[in-house]
Design a protein. Structure first.
Length: 573
């Protein structure tokens, strides 16, 4: 059962991915610290849990969480909660916390989720106990630049999102996704008929929520061992992908189902590939993400290796890929061997297939369960590559960090939010139990190979030059801070191919900052037909090393490229 009296706070962080990897003091980016946090919520003495974050293409961020600020009874303790929201404009600060649920009675609300459409409209969903202890699934909509509207029930009155009160936060947690046309899709665990199953509903843009439809093809008895929450992702065309775990085979396994736009749900497919040995392996808390090409990426909590440390069961994060219409690939471990994974992961894919995963990890703990501190860790996987060494999201000890959530913008910046328990910041006078939220921001500059083109097509046999723009960011002036003579570029990043750097500075990315454009000799880059990325390396004038990557299409004969189909995610320049 979730403890309602825990002192928790939200923390939010931002890191930019995918393009320029700045290496601090010669160390890998994975070891570079995140910038100091900034506060998100504006309540002291309350509890914030279950945060989620969404970010639009330009970097405006939207966060949502469960909040007890209105239910702090001096005699009864905490006796209820609301759903709160905050907005952060790109490069700005988090704004006022705003309550989303529109009822005022004493009850619990939990497990919120948030999504955006391409027009900046915001969609929120959560479990709500206003109608009784079993609760229902509720939804609210906020038009771009507008205010939150009237709450609408998504579950159809026949649902029982929580048949076992002790496990309601696990069995009912709804998730929401939105396609390119503003159609919304929701899933949740539902206990109607005393059996737990994943249910689904969709809402056409500007319309009403439709019937509740059962997704899972097997129901699991609601006997107190609730399946872990479902996860949903949709592509721009409205094709939906859902993952969950259930114990139909004796142990919890990860399952997947697919629904083409307007169609029916497919039979469930098992994703984890370990053998079923009763009482041994447990796979749960699956999450799913899509890239622009429709590739699906799954991650989940997995204890197939039977890990135990100091009497505590911990696990690994495992991962699999499914190409459109294909099968799930053999499972791969995401975290490194030092990890002690105790909480379910988050996963994020950008438009080009670069991935981030985050999870709760107690490798730095000094005590037993109940007395240890845990951290949030991440790993990065470049498109088509391998998972990189695990990175600690924060460098603050003496606290527990839980339930990470990730989002991205169209520049590859990654935004992370998580819950924290424990005093890690000075507490204001008179507020001994203050709970507050913090955000950190770490940006990397981007690069753009062949700016002004849509495919970054390169002829490895060509004799011309390849322009590469190093994009400035707030706090990073590329023309002034890059050591131009140190630049190397090509297939591995070590190729000595620099021809020149332009002294005419342009704003390539349209953000008002001057960028640096350098030209590289194609023949010296070492590219081969079929290569999919170019790598830039060098250092800043202060000696900070870096490595940068961007997507390319290497074709051996560009004189006939109009006859060659090129599938490339849409991206600036």
């Amino acid at each position: 059962m979730k403890s309602r009296g825990e002192s928790l706070r939200l923390v939010v962080g931002v890191v930019a991915t995918g393009v320029l990897l700045l290496l601090a003091n010669g160390e890998a980016l994975a070891d570079a610290p995140w910038a100091p946090w900034t506060r998100v919520d504006d309540a002291y003495g309350a509890v914030q849990t279950g945060p989620r974050i969404a970010t639009d293409p330009t970097g405006n961020s939207f966060s949502i969480w469960e909040d007890t600020r209105n239910y702090l009874d001096q005699y009864m303790g905490i006796n209820g909660s609301d759903i709160y929201f905050s907005y952060r404009p790109a490069g700005g600060s988090w704004g006022q916390s705003i309550k989303i649920n529109d009822n005022t009675g004493i009850s619990w609300r939990s497990s919120p989720d948030i999504a955006l459409d391409t027009q900046g409209n915001v969609y929120a969903i959560w479990w709500d106990g206003r109608n009784g202890s079993q609760g229902d699934i509720y939804f609210a909509y906020r038009p771009a630049e507008g205010s939150w509207g009237t709450n609408v029930e998504v579950s159809d009155g026949q649902s029982m999102p929580c048949t076992n009160e002790d496990n309601y936060s696990n069995c009912s947690a709804p998730r929401i996704a939105v396609d390119g046309r503003g159609n919304a899709y929701a899933v949740w665990m539902d206990g109607r008929a005393q059996h737990l199953a994943v249910y689904f509903s969709n809402r056409p843009s500007g319309g009403y929520w439709g019937p509740n439809i059962k997704v899972t093809d097997v129901s699991v008895p609601a006997d107190g061992t609730a399946p872990s929450p479902a996860s949903i992702a949709v592509d721009t065309a409205g094709n939906a992908h859902v993952m969950w775990s259930d114990s139909r085979s004796g142990n919890p396994d990860v399952y997947y189902a697919y629904r083409p736009n307007g169609g029916s749900w497919s039979p469930a497919v098992k994703v984890n590939d370990d053998p079923n040995e009763p009482g041994m392996q447990v796979q749960e808390s699956p999450v799913i993400a899509l890239d622009a090409r429709g590739n699906a990426y799954a991650a989940w909590w997995d204890n197939r290796n039977g890990n135990i440390d100091r009497g505590v069961r911990y696990a690994d994060v495992f991962f699999s890929i499914r190409s459109p219409g294909g099968d799930w690939t053999p499972n791969v471990r995401v975290n490194d061997s030092a990890a002690r994974v105790t909480g379910g992961p988050a996963i994020l894919a950008d438009g080009w297939g670069n991935l981030w995963a985050a999870w709760t990890d107690w490798r730095n703990a000094t005590g037993l369960l109940g007395g240890y501190y845990v951290d949030e860790y991440t790993s990065y996987r470049p498109a088509g590559g391998a998972w990189q060494p695990s990175t600690r999201l924060d460098q603050t000890g003496g606290s527990q960090k839980l339930t990470p959530s990730l989002s991205t913008d169209n520049r590859g910046n990654i935004y992370a939010i998580w819950t924290m328990r424990g005093a890690v910041r000075p507490i204001p006078a008179g507020q001994p139990n203050s709970v507050f939220s913090w955000a950190s921001y770490y940006k990397r500059a981007g690069i753009d190979i062949r700016p002004g083109t849509s495919t970054n097509a390169i002829d490895p046999k060509g004799n011309g030059i390849i322009p590469v723009a190093v994009l400035s960011e707030p706090g990073f002036d590329a023309p002034a801070q890059m050591d131009r003579a140190s630049l190397t570029f090509g297939r591995t990043g070590s190729e000595t191919s620099l021809a020149s750097c332009s002294n005419t500075l342009e704003d390539i990315s349209g953000d008002g900052l001057r960028d640096l454009v350098c030209n590289f000799d194609t023949a010296a880059t070492g590219f081969r037909a079929g290569d999919t990325e170019g790598i830039l390396a060098g250092q800043t004038v202060s000696g900070v090393q870096f490595q940068a990557r961007d997507q390319i299409v290497a074709i051996s004969d560009l004189t006939h490229r109009v006859m060659i189909p090129i599938v490339q995610a849409s991206r600036p320049g």
